[in-house]
Ligand binder design. Sequence first.
Ligand SMILES: Nc1ncnc2c1ncn2[C@@H]1O[C@H](COP(=O)(O)OP(=O)(O)O)[C@@H](O)[C@H]1O
Ligand SMILES: [Mg+2]
Length: 251
Amino acid sequence: MNAATSHSATPKASVQTPLLSVRDLSVSYGGIQAVKALSLDLFEGELVSLIGANGAGKTTTLKAICGLLSPSAGEVRYLGQPIQGQGAWDLVAQGLVMVPEGRGIFTRMTIDENLRMGAYLRKDAQIESDMAAVYQRFPRLKERHKQLAGTLSGGEQQMLAMGRALLARPKLLLLDEPSMGLAPIMVDLIFEVIREVSQQGVTVLLVEQNAQRALQMADRAYVLDSGEVVLQGAASELLGNPQVQAAYLGV
Ligand SMILES: Nc1ncnc2c1ncn2[C@@H]1O[C@H](COP(=O)(O)OP(=O)(O)O)[C@@H](O)[C@H]1O
Ligand SMILES: [Mg+2]
């Protein structure tokens, strides 16, 4: 393909167009509004963190972005297009992939089968080389590739969930509490993998209760409280913000 003409047929979004743009998103469970007029942007290549206490609305926000919950108001745009009404699978096919809270792996399938589920919607010829790359990244999974996923430790299951998401070739990866419940050494490993994936150009929205680690790694962050964005900015600035330190960093 000729680089000079490959993208000239259709007007390309400018570099300033966010990969993901959420505007005034509200989500309710019955009469209870869990997310209230939330707005956020993610630009290509960024690692952005969404932090907040338990019940703040982080998971609800991610589910609404990836098509698992219908918002009661507001708009989500991905790749410059509104994605309202598209199912989660349609969005996965477009590179919008979530690793859910609690990992969501298939415990009665093998590790190999779980990974292949990530590539379920792909029709390209690179699935086997991507499998090999995931096994190279996670040698523990390779050693156990025929084992049932339910026999893995929590940390290994999180690696499997990450590996499965990578096999969908994500442009935007939504991670819901990847470090939750893991031993410290596994937490280190998972954060290292997230950093690597981000450095390889995948845009990441990282939801974490481990605000310290999330802010240390992110470019920018949003702080959520009772369904609303109460603070946002450069992660380094939020790390030094006394309000954030008092409420989320135990300083
Ligand atoms: N399925 C549900 N039904 C009713 N209320 C829910 C449901 N899921 C979450 N909630 C409520 O919505 C709010 C936000 O929850 P959630 O998005 O899970 O927060 P977080 O991920 O930040 O801990 C909480 O008050 C929670 O109790
Ligand atoms: Mg949650």
